[in-house]
Design a protein around this ligand. Structure first.
Ligand SMILES: *Cc1c(COP(=O)(O)O)cnc(C)c1O
Length: 429
């Protein structure tokens, strides 16, 4: 048996590896992938899967893209990494400038880190250190929305939905934050003022101890794939200003075109004080994240007691990742990407529409290159995962959600194959 055979890989995997959100004793089946190209994953037994997940929102240009490969190879020939303390390099400088150009004008300073969760930690620390520097050390609590997801590290976890984030498990270790109900109005709807009643009440009563509100603008991702009214964000911005509370947008999932705008905040025309980016930043090639902030925050922290922002990951500003991110953003900007995302939204809507007729389906919704079937009951992953693989597609449901967010390069015919498989499998649950 060769070392890369299906059985060998599965056996060794279950012997040595722990997978995300999985048991290491009651081991769910994992599917060995040996290569990926365009919108297809090649399995170790030669089968191909059409990829509906973009590797968790990341691989927007598909796999093994010549332009991204070239960027990696060119940078590899120069250097793959140098420390960022006291040193800088062209990829970091160029990427930081590019990010300030494509994000709202008030965001002028970029702090690089390794992953989305760390970008959120950085954002929370920025907010707290900003108020400390301003002589208001009591402003250190955070406000988050129910159904929100911001990552798996402790600070990030403390602002995730307390139920899906399993806060009770971590008891007193997690800092206690404030939670308010998620917006109810849908994407295309107006947001009535009373939807912010709990938020208004909370900020009114506790603003003296609140540093910031953190939300995923327009799309709540891993906390339920919910799309909500951009009008909510307009009112939230005004509230934060009125109560002297900072506003943090977590666009780690939504950034770089996924919702039909470069950033989801553009649906609302609202600027945050701090913005977190990750996931699609390098086109899914490697791990990199960024936290952007306004000059006010940057100057406030820099001129405060510490005289510096107290964070510095070892792999901060990794040149290989920065070079790839530049190539990915330039590739996106070189195309009529808005029209392309509209095309994908239409293809997803068309393909998923038949699921609306199914009794087991609660709702079907699409926004940009995101298509969601929400079921009435949670799925059994062990049962459903092999069904998708048998149909030749890679869809990874969670809870009641069977959803797709394909690479932007997927053709209409491939989207139809993907959505047909989704409807077929859901109909058989
Ligand atoms: C995935 C995600 C994170 C965490 O990013 P990691 O790279 O997994 O640490 C944070 N916020 C949102 C909205 C995400 O979707």
């Amino acid at each position: 048996m060769n070392n890369n055979s299906w059985e060998q890989l599965q056996a060794q995997d279950s012997r040595y590896i722990w997978h995300p959100y999985a048991s290491a004793t009651d081991i769910p089946e994992v599917f060995p992938v040996v290569a990926a190209s365009g919108v297809r994953l090649e399995l170790a037994d030669g089968r191909e899967l059409l990829d509906g997940m973009s590797s968790w929102w990341c691989a927007i240009h598909g796999y093994n893209h010549p332009a991204l490969n070239r960027a990696v190879q060119e940078q590899l020939g120069r250097m793959s990494h140098v420390m960022f303390g006291g040193l800088t390099h062209p990829p970091a400088v160029k990427l930081a400038r590019l990010l300030t150009e494509i994000t709202p004008p008030g965001l002028q300073r970029v702090f690089f880190s390794d992953s989305g969760s760390v970008a959120v930690e950085v954002a929370l620390k920025m907010a707290i250190q900003y108020w400390y520097s301003a002589g208001r050390p009591d402003k250190r609590k955070l406000v988050a929305l129910r159904n929100g997801y911001h990552g798996d590290t402790f600070g990030a976890m403390s602002v995730c939905d307390p139920v899906t984030g399993m806060h009770h498990l971590f008891g007193d270790v997690l800092p206690a934050q404030y939670f308010v109900p998620a917006p109810e109005s849908g994407f295309g709807e107006d947001c009535p003022e009373q939807e912010l009643a709990a938020m208004t009440e909370l900020l009114n009563t506790h603003h003296q101890e609140i540093a910031a509100v953190i939300v995923e603008p327009v799309v709540q991702g891993a906390g339920g794939m919910r799309f909500y009214s951009p009008g909510y964000l307009v009112q939230l911005r005004a509230l934060c200003d009125a109560f002297d509370v900072l506003l943090i947008f977590d666009e780690i999932a939504t950034g770089f075109g996924r919702t039909g705008k470069m950033f989801a905040l553009e649906h609302a025309g609202v600027e945050p004080d701090i913005l977190c980016l990750g996931k699609a930043l390098t086109g899914g090639y490697m791990t990199l994240a960024a936290t952007l902030c306004s000059e006010r925050i940057c100057i406030g922290i820099s001129e405060g007691e510490a005289g510096a922002f107290m964070h510095g990951p070892t792999f901060m500003g990794n040149p290989l990742a920065c070079a790839t991110a530049i190539a990915s953003i330039e590739l996106l900007l070189s195309q009529p990407w808005q029209r392309n995302i509209q095309r994908l939204q239409q293809a997803l809507e068309l393909g998923l529409a038949p699921a609306r007729e199914l009794g087991q389906v609660a709702e079907v919704r699409c926004l940009g290159a995101i298509g969601v079937i929400e079921l009435r009951q949670p799925v059994d992953l062990k049962q459903i995962q092999p069904l998708f693989v048998e149909r030749g597609v890679w869809i990874r449901p969670f809870g009641k959600l069977v959803y797709a967010m394909p690479p932007f390069i997927m053709s209409d015919a491939d989207v139809a194959t993907l959505t047909d498989a989704m409807v077929y499998v859901v109909a058989r649950l």
